[in-house]
Design a protein around this ligand. Structure first.
Ligand code: GLY
Length: 413
């Protein structure tokens, strides 16, 4: 009896001592295994629409894919690469190669700014994992194509060829959206690979301009800033996907945290770190951030002083919806920011982990084989456009996966 008691005590002690570590590891492993399996299901469905890249589902749960020129085309191949690298699964790798190959024509695409998302999230992962120089060459040509959208007067890369305001019939021909910061990683990569500093110069100028005009003094953000190409001056600050022109769109804030963190990694310019920290603190301390840290799609929905433009479809959605994609992007960004933020680092990592744990609950993470085989539920594409409302989104899955991988890496440091 005494022996049994002693053995039981040793067992309980061992369990208590190792619980936090093994629990963390099994959380990551469990989620990455689910992601791998879910992606294997998705591959089967995606291969039925081979010229369309999975983006979301319709109301009946059917997969909706877009052609390679949509800004989201690189995320599915990127997900395949990340999951193949983790799982060593042959089918995922074969599909990662095949779906990446379909993106090659993008290297000469110049019609919008999203080439960084489209090629770096896909072929960037492909090159990192395989070392195949063909991917590198396509990425460099893509960086050249993206650079053609840079304007020396505005010191910015033009996002879209035209932006139609929600307020009136006005159109702007040099809009820059905060999301554009994410495309700079491709330019930093091309500079390092080729030694041609012009790519880096463009990236730094763009980030400095965004820092000056897109970020408010309290570190919240405007979505769209429109410039005059003759004078270089700002002529409008509006929103395309947020609640109102003066609100803070949740995914925009997330792109900013991620983008300035990445710009600091690539330049070590302390101004970018200060901006990333300011934006992260604003996000995490926002009074409208729910306790589970998954933001509503905009931080100012329905607040006094915030009015959607009359042409925006925002009025059609009366429930306050969350955006899991903004949470996933923020979690991934915070894991990286935690590497640079001194005495704030532990706090950022804790918040990143908390977000991941919320996303991994049944509320947000799909069961295997459900949700059109996407991983996360409850994202928002664009309420003002009436598109992808409370739906799964391929880029929410991408940043959830990336955040899990960053979390995993952080444990071995
Ligand atoms: N880049 C577009 C978006 O975040 O929806």
């Amino acid at each position: 009896m005494k022996r049994f008691l002693i053995l039981s005590l040793i067992f309980v002690f061992a369990l208590t001592a190792f619980y936090p570590v093994s629990n963390k590891d099994s959380f990551i492993e469990n989620n990455l295994n689910i992601a791998t399996q879910q992606l294997k299901y998705m591959v089967v469905e995606a291969n039925k629409i081979p010229n369309h890249f999975p983006k979301t589902i319709d109301k009946s749960g059917k997969m909706i894919g877009f052609d390679l020129y949509d800004w989201t085309s690189g995320f599915f191949p990127g997900n395949l690469w990340m999951a193949a690298e983790y799982s060593k699964d042959k089918v995922l790798k074969e599909n990662a190669i095949e779906w990446s190959t379909k993106l090659y024509p993008l290297q000469n695409f110049t019609e919008h700014h999203d080439l960084g998302f489209m090629t770096y999230c896909s072929l960037g992962n492909a090159y990192r994992i395989t070392g195949n120089k063909m991917y590198r060459d396509i990425l460099i040509q893509s960086a050249k194509s993206l650079s053609t959208r840079y304007n020396k007067t505005t010191k910015s890369i033009k996002s879209w060829n035209r932006f139609d305001s929600w307020n009136n019939n006005k159109s702007y021909n040099f809009p820059v959206i905060i999301d554009n910061l994410m495309n700079l990683e491709l330019l930093f990569f091309a500079s390092k690979e080729t030694g041609d500093t012009s790519f880096k110069h463009i990236a730094v100028q763009h980030a400095l301009t965004a820092m000056k005009y897109q970020i408010r003094p309290d570190y919240s953000s405007f979505h769209v800033v429109c410039y005059d190409t003759i004078t270089g001056k700002v002529i409008a600050r509006e929103t395309a996907q947020g609640y109102s022109d003066n609100s803070t769109w949740a995914r925009g804030q997330a792109w900013g945290i991620y983008g300035f963190t990445m710009a600091y990694r690539e330049t070590k310019d302390i101004r970018f770190l200060k901006t990333a920290i300011g934006m992260a603190d604003w996000f995490l301390n926002a009074k409208t951030l729910p306790a589970d840290k998954i933001p509503f799609w905009d931080f100012n929905i329905g607040e006094a002083g915030y009015t959607p433009g009359p042409r925006s479809k925002t009025y059609m959605v009366t429930t306050k919806l969350r955006d899991a994609s903004a949470a996933a992007i923020t979690a991934s960004a915070l894991f990286e920011l935690a590497n640079y933020a001194g005495n704030k680092s532990a706090n950022y990592k804790e918040n990143a982990i908390a977000i991941l744990h919320s996303l991994a609950t049944d509320t947000y993470r799909s069961k295997l084989g459900e949700n059109g085989n996407f991983l996360l539920k409850h994202s928002v594409g664009s309420i003002p456009h009436g598109a992808e409302i409370d739906a799964p989104l391929i880029y929410a899955d991408y940043y959830f996966l990336e955040a899990l991988i960053r979390y995993n890496k952080s444990l071995s440091k």
